[in-house]
Write a protein that binds this ligand. Structure first.
Ligand code: SF4
Length: 326
């Protein structure tokens, strides 16, 4: 059984310009101890997907729907009180984007770390011990609880945030661009730390990133998002070795490699507005196949392609939403 099962998940925001369909009917599964990398450009909805899974969303949400099962229990429609008490931090934790910069400069690290646990009813002594244990797990000294954020380097602050995410021993950790704004050496250290923690605590990760090469460091499976939709998902071997959606192919051919001399290409245009996305396949205004093949006219621009199965390796289905495979 999947540890996390997401079925037709949607998260819409009401704005003065219209309804933003940031996550629009997404389904996937995550297995224990595995990492699913969610990859896409800015505006693809990947960060919003993390917010949907942790129910940390803005006040102007107009639709939060679908089904999300964690260890077989539906968690999207339980009360906020039950979610806060039993799920957030304890079962699903998140390392939000640029969160190391969100540490309060005038509050000690320890006090910031234990706050969510105190709110859930853990005693101060127990919470402090959990915080110190977590700091030790990420390679920081236990007495760091008594220091202030300005006394730490960027890499240490990011380790603190990661320690916060694992301190209540969650099953699933959502990592949203966990190494952005770090230099490459610190980035490599953090990636190694994430691998160590995954193994040590049998964690399952949802690794949200725009960086396909970074995703390959951790991913067992990869999901490609475009304009609020999932367009391709499969085992890492399938996605990197046999990218099938034209958007995935474009992303992969725009990644430079050290060993192979190749011409880099780019995907012309930009991610469309999620208020009025293109009809049919949302990628069609940028798709080279749609431009070049007449039989796709009137199809790609009119009907949304369903997810189609291309095969399966090691129990991981390779699925793609593209009319080329019908
Ligand atoms: Fe391109 Fe059509 Fe496939 Fe969309 S469905 S990616 S427009 S070929």
């Amino acid at each position: 059984m999947a540890l996390l099962e997401v079925r037709n998940a949607r998260l819409y925001y009401a704005t003065t310009k219209g309804v933003v369909k940031a996550v629009d009917g997404i389904s996937f599964e995550l297995y224990e101890g595995e990492t699913l990398a969610v990859v896409g450009e800015s505006g693809s909805g990947k960060t919003t997907l993390g917010k949907l899974l942790t129910r940390v969303w803005e006040r102007n949400v107009s639709v939060a729907d679908g089904e999300i099962y964690l260890e077989g229990k539906e968690i999207l429609h339980i009360t906020e009180e039950e979610f806060r008490r039993e799920i957030r931090w304890r079962k699903i934790a998140m390392v939000p984007q640029a969160s190391m910069n969100a540490l309060n400069p005038v509050i000690k690290i320890g006090d910031q770390m234990i706050e969510p646990l105190l709110m859930q009813g853990t005693s101060r002594d127990d919470a402090l011990k959990m915080a110190m244990d977590a700091l030790e797990s990420v390679g920081l000294p236990r007495d760091l609880v008594n220091r202030y954020p300005h006394q730490l380097s960027g890499g240490m602050k990011q380790r603190v945030i990661i320690a916060m995410s694992i301190m209540a021993h969650p099953k699933v950790v959502i990592l949203d661009e966990p190494t952005s704004a770090l230099d490459v050496i610190t980035q490599a250290n953090i990636m190694n730390l994430l691998k160590k923690l995954k193994w040590e605590f049998k964690l399952s990760y949802i690794f949200v990133t725009h960086d396909l090469s970074l995703a390959s460091e951790l991913a067992d499976s990869v999901a490609i998002m475009y304009a609020g939709k999932l367009v391709e998902i499969g085992g890492a071997e399938d996605i990197y070795g046999n990218p099938s959606h034209p958007y995935t192919q474009g992303l992969i051919s725009s990644v430079p490699t050290l060993r192979v001399d190749k011409n880099l290409s780019f995907i012309p245009g930009e991610v469309p507005s999620l208020i009025n996305p293109p009809a049919g396949c949302r990628f069609h205004p940028r798709c080279p196949f749609y431009r070049d093949r007449d039989y796709l006219k009137g199809l790609c621009d009119a009907k949304e392609p369903p997810m189609m199965e291309l095969g399966s390796k090691a129990g991981r289905k390779h699925l793609v939403a593209c009319w080329l495979y019908k």
